[in-house]
Design a protein around this ligand. Structure first.
Ligand code: NOJ
Length: 720
């Protein structure tokens, strides 16, 4: 249908049919089978007619079931407008990839795109049309459980991953490519900055900061064609995002040019009452519609009150029609009017979902995501002649998928123990699983000490369980659970070399336990093939290459802690630590334990001298920065060479470092590669106090290194 036909379809709809399109319901309204539920279920008060008119469904999947629901729905529908099926496919459908914070550690947007392609294919064949992904919220506070679902603290990486994910989900021809689904970028806006890291809490920042650091990733997803946007639960400038007209109409639609569907987050329309800007459901409905929210997810303010609002002339029918039209356009863009079943195909679903081909992508992704944080005296890789004791809650545990993997099945996920036992080699290993991350039984402790005494090396597989991060999982204590700290303390007394492997969804506070370990690996929740990837890294079949995209604090009191911070008027001087009146803590350094960009490998790469082709550049010229990087090790390595800049004198204060480019390169043993970075003046632009994006002339520091702390610095000058 073309636009004209869609407009005339809207004209033919009754008010009830129109309002129905604006309603999203969970799958349990349509089926008795288990549906994904991620928020409070309120009493709906819906009539069967309302359910029959609802335009979209959340959290169901499976080709056969969705074909059946669509068929029944269309049979009883007057205008035969197909249902939209949406769900949270965040890091894979049934083939589960590392959590997004892990995937981001690959510093490889192409890999992100490939994982999104696989997720899209599995979802599309299972009957889905839309995924509520990517989440592109910039994060600086690991107390917030949803950092696991983000790509970290850097705007450049966030933008690149946002674009890659949208392109992976939607492909180039969403309408005709039945292996694709529509993306929904979320949560608009700044959901990643709740005060105190407490879920759903207030967000408050200047508009300049919002535009400079937070909005660009949503914009990147929109520019990449994201068909939907989801509102955030939080306030933006003291107005709930879901009722925020300036945010959703002026910025999102008028400025960013977004003409797709804006969906509320779960119950977010009704929640504007609790926020305190609406007195009841009716007022909430009016505010949200006026703010430009097209679909209401799982509350019923539109459903119950739009009709009255229209009858009383309190909202204009044009706003309703405009929202309905956008939803119909999305259905049209997905080709649903022609083919309401779209990709749903039980045979293809059987063939492709969790297929070997898809698992291979998951294995590659897991290998690229794992970060080596410490490796003293080459404790890793482990040699096959060493006698090992593998101890801890993740020894024989398929729950390494992470939250937001509702179709992932821990029972079909290989565990570390199964992989170790499968691998044909002479390793002698004993296994002491712990049943619960929060509890260490006497038997488990005794068993651990017993096998540890006979081993050459202890590998401790520790962390948070998957429910300790994700939505509604904020924590103020970022250390490992006490039971695991007790285990570490007991085993440390044996004075055997210990290796720590961490499974978790956020940067943890490792300061107290770090000295006990010769080596530390951050495995995140690595997904379907995580155990295999980890095995290959432990034994050196794969050289680890992940780099952090979020700082690891020394101490929870430091958070928010992020590399691209301001200098302050009294920056700390590390050569004069006696000076009291500087910006510092009395009890802990300002720096993180592991900084942004950090990660080791089994090779040692060295950086040659950094050079710029010129000292002074005109704004119109390309800035060229060069250096050599050498792999001094005897293994092939992947090195991520990172370039940061600092605008020394800005119109407003600029961060001490901002990532402006990186090259992830392959280096053979003893190989040297010439690395070149090309920047143009737009790369140095930032949001000024008048909210325009412009570049200052003047001096800039150019810094290059293997992470955000160990950099070489040169100066360049930019003139008009
Ligand atoms: C609430 C979450 O905030 C959002 O990200 C998710 O997509 C919805 N629930 C739907 O499950």
């Amino acid at each position: 249908m073309n636009k004209k036909e869609l407009v005339s379809l809207v004209k033919n709809m009754t008010i009830d049919e129109k309002i129905g399109q604006l309603q999203q319901l969970t799958g349990n309204f349509y089926t008795d089978s288990e549906a994904e539920i991620t928020g409070p279920l309120n009493e709906s008060g819906l009539t069967t007619e309302m359910v029959a008119n609802a335009g979209s469904v959340l959290g169901l999947s499976g080709a056969e079931e969705l074909i059946g629901i669509q068929r029944d729905y269309l049979e009883s529908s007057r205008l035969k407008i197909p249902l939209l099926f949406m769900a949270d496919i965040i890091h894979g459908y049934r083939t589960i990839f590392p959590i997004p914070l892990g995937l981001a550690s690959s510093w490889d947007p192409i890999l992100m795109k490939e994982t999104a392609e696989v997720a899209a294919k599995e979802s599309a064949l299972s009957g889905l049309h839309v995924t509520f992904s990517p989440m592109v919220d910039l994060v600086r506070d690991p107390r917030w459980g949803r950092v696991m679902e983000s790509t970290g603290e850097d705007p450049l990486l966030n933008r690149q991953f946002a674009k890659a994910a949208v392109e992976g989900y939607q492909g180039e021809d969403l309408r005709n490519d039945l292996n694709r689904i529509a993306a929904c970028v979320k949560h608009f806006a700044a959901y990643g900055a709740p005060e105190g890291g407490r879920e759903y809490n207030t967000v408050d920042m200047s508009e300049r900061m919002l535009r400079d650091m937070y909005l660009p990733s949503y914009k990147a997803a929109i520019d990449a064609g994201s068909k939907l946007v989801m509102t955030a639960f939080n306030t933006v400038d003291s107005i709930p995002a879901t009722a925020n007209k300036k945010l959703n109409r002026d910025i999102l639609r008028d400025e960013f040019g977004f003409d797709g569907v804006l969906i509320s987050d779960w119950a977010a329309i009704k929640e504007v009452i609790a926020h305190g800007v609406a007195g009841n459901d009716k007022e909430a409905a009016k505010l949200a519609l006026e703010a430009g929210v097209d679909i209401e997810m799982m509350t019923f303010c539109y459903q119950h009150f739009l009709k009255d609002l229209l009858a009383e002339d309190l909202v204009s029918i044009d706003l309703v029609d405009e929202a309905v039209l956008r939803i119909l356009e999305l259905k049209e863009d997905l080709g649903l009017f022609e083919n309401p079943y779209r990709g749903a195909n039980a045979e293809a679903e059987e063939r492709w979902v969790f297929s070997q081909e898809h698992q291979d992508v998951a294995e590659r992704a897991a290998k690229e995501s794992i970060v080596l944080l410490k490796n003293n005296q080459q404790a890793l890789p482990i040699s096959e002649t060493e006698k090992l004791a593998l101890i801890g809650p993740f020894v024989d545990n398929g729950e390494i998928l992470g939250t937001w993997s509702w179709k992932g099945n821990p029972k079909e996920t290989e565990t570390i123990k199964t992989i170790f036992e499968q691998e044909p080699k002479k390793i002698e290993a004993s296994y002491v699983p712990m049943a619960d991350v929060n509890n260490l039984t006497k038997e488990e402790l005794n068993g651990a000490i017993n096998v540890a005494q006979k081993a050459d090396k202890l590998v401790l597989l520790l962390g948070e369980n998957f429910m300790m991060s994700g939505e509604a999982s904020s924590r103020t204590n970022l250390q490992l659970p006490q039971a695991q700290l007790d285990l570490i303390a007991a085993l440390a007394e044996l004075n055997k070399p210990m290796i720590l492997v961490l499974f978790n969804g956020r940067p943890l506070e490792l300061t107290a336990i770090e000295p006990q370990f010769e080596a530390i690996i951050e495995a995140w929740f690595p997904g379907t093939k995580g155990a295999k990837a980890l095995h290959d890294i432990l034994f050196g079949k794969v050289n680890p290459s992940g780099r952090l995209t979020m700082s690891f604090p020394r101490n929870v009191g430091q958070v928010p802690i992020y590399y691209n911070h301001f200098n302050t008027g009294r920056p700390i001087d590390y050569d004069d630590l006696e000076n009291k009146y500087v910006s510092k803590y009395l009890d802990v350094a300002n720096t993180p334990l592991y900084p942004f960009g950090y990660g080791l490998s089994y090779s040692n790469c060295s950086y040659g001298t950094l050079a710029s082709t010129k000292e002074t550049y005109r704004m119109s010229e390309k800035i060229e920065i060069n250096l050599d990087v050498t792999n001094n090790g005897n293994r092939a390595a992947k090195e991520t060479v990172q370039l940061y800049t600092r605008d020394i004198v800005g119109q407003v204060v600029r961060p001490v470092k901002e990532l402006k480019g990186y090259h992830k390169i392959d280096l053979a043993p003893n190989e040297t590669k010439k690395i070149s970075f090309t920047l143009d003046s737009n790369d140095l632009a930032y949001v000024h106090s008048d909210l325009t994006l412009t570049t200052d002339s003047g001096e800039f520091e150019i810094m290059v290194g293997p992470n955000s702390e160990e950099v070489q610095t040169i100066l360049i000058h930019l003139t008009k």
